[in-house]
Design a protein around this ligand. Structure first.
Ligand SMILES: [Zn+2]
Length: 412
């Protein structure tokens, strides 16, 4: 027996007509955009839970439109369904005004202590718009997580201010990597670690499989189409739609493959150009995501003068909107062989061997942390550590500290 709480599932808008419209602004969306589930799961097989978070940034409504289309289509076709699918809107107040945020970025400050502080401000009546959003969003997510008896997947849907092929970002654990690799989209490693307190990192820390998707340019209808294809494939890979015909899955995959174009499959973030309002940062026009740039290329200007690429590579997320504190990122392709090799090492728990590399030692204060002496180890690309599940934590003089993630393998 299937059950949906989607708004008016009986009269879904025709998807074919919708796909040619640009995404309009979203009149304040419901917190729970809709839900679909197997109402009588077998006790021995509770099934997976897939949660879509849409519009954590209010100028990125593609996920809201895509989730609504998927819910309407589920209501129309009523396919065999396992587990539970829930679509939740992110920054409702900002979505209603078409802005990235009202007072602060809702995709920051996700930790237990910051969440508690936001709850206190709400209780004290001193909360800003995003404090309320954060508290309400957590209140919508927590019961779904608590009710889940099987595996839980979260897909956090975004879009970019520049023109872009769709791509995925994730904390590089084996379970996340395995899920991400099921989509024929570019995988960006190390981007999430540049973002402190991102929502999906918070839930990833609780053992949930998490994935971020950047669907394309904010206002483009393609972004909605791309996110929709990602949601269908996520439902299939998570195990919610066990009987999705192969031809249908192939159609979604072909759509994403075409959207990816010639962008490399895996890239690693090597540099973030952080900015502040007083920098008066202005990206030079015409850059698109994954565009190759030369070392020292004149990419932008700020009050100090030209801003140049620190090294050659592929530019990512050049900033073409008023709000935001990331000017651009620089990435380089990673050879897929690294991914396969590191997965094997990690699965066989041989990743620890990295500490025997010259210049690398274990931090005496923390078993999960390695110290890398950059005088000795400067020639190891960070990708070696990334791919073995370590993330950059901090730099102290010539030492870089990297820490291995928990929840690297299922059950860990
Ligand atoms: Zn975003």
């Amino acid at each position: 027996m299937l059950h949906s709480t989607a708004t008016d599932p009986g009269s879904p808008p025709p998807p074919a007509a919708l796909s040619h419209l640009p995404p309009p602004m979203v009149p304040t969306p419901e917190r729970v955009l809709g839900e679909w589930r197997d109402e009588a799961p077998a006790a021995s097989d509770p099934g997976p839970t897939l949660i879509i978070i849409a519009g954590v940034h209010g100028n990125e409504p593609a996920g809201v439109h895509a989730a609504r289309r998927v819910l309407a289509e589920l209501a129309r076709t009523r396919p065999a369904f396992r587990g539970r699918f829930v679509a939740i809107s992110g920054n409702r107040r900002a979505l209603a005004s078409g802005k990235r945020f009202i007072d602060r970025d809702l995709n920051r400050h996700w930790s237990a202590s910051q969440l508690a502080a936001a709850r206190e401000r709400v209780a004290a009546g001193t909360a800003g718009a995003e404090d309320r959003e954060q508290v309400e969003l957590a209140a919508a997510l927590d019961p779904v997580l608590q009710a889940a008896k099987g595996r839980v997947f979260i897909v956090d849907c975004h879009s970019t201010s520049s023109q872009s092929a769709p791509f995925m970002l994730f904390a590089d654990t084996l379970v996340n990597r395995e899920f991400a690799a099921a989509f024929p989209l570019p995988l960006v490693l190390g981007l999430e670690e540049q973002i402190d307190g991102a929502i999906f990192d918070h839930y990833q820390g609780r053992g949930v499989v998490t994935l971020g998707v950047e669907g394309g340019q904010h206002a483009s209808p393609e972004a909605v189409d791309n996110v929709e294809a990602v949601i269908w494939l996520a439902l299939r890979h998570a195990g919610c739609l066990p009987e999705m015909p192969q031809a249908e899955a192939a159609r979604h995959q072909a759509h994403l493959r075409e959207a990816r174009g010639s962008v490399p499959w895996i890239v690693e973030v090597r540099y973030r150009h952080g900015i502040r309002g007083e920098d008066a940062f202005r990206m030079r026009p015409g850059y698109v995501n994954f565009q190759p740039v030369e070392s020292r290329e004149h990419l932008a200007d700020d009050r100090r003068g030209p801003v140049r690429a620190p090294e050659g590579g592929h530019i990512l997320m050049p900033l073409y909107q008023g709000q935001g504190d990331d000017g651009f990122f620089m990435t380089r392709p990673v050879k897929p062989i690294w991914l396969a090799l590191s997965a094997r090492l990690r699965r066989r728990r041989l990743g620890w061997a990295v500490k025997y590399l010259p210049g690398v030692s274990r931090d005496p204060a923390d078993r999960a942390t390695l110290r890398i002496d950059t005088r000795v180890a400067r020639f190891y690309p960070m990708e070696v550590f990334h791919l073995l599940g370590y993330r950059r934590m901090r730099r102290e003089g010539r030492l870089i500290y990297v820490t291995r993630r928990l929840h690297d393998r299922p059950g860990e």
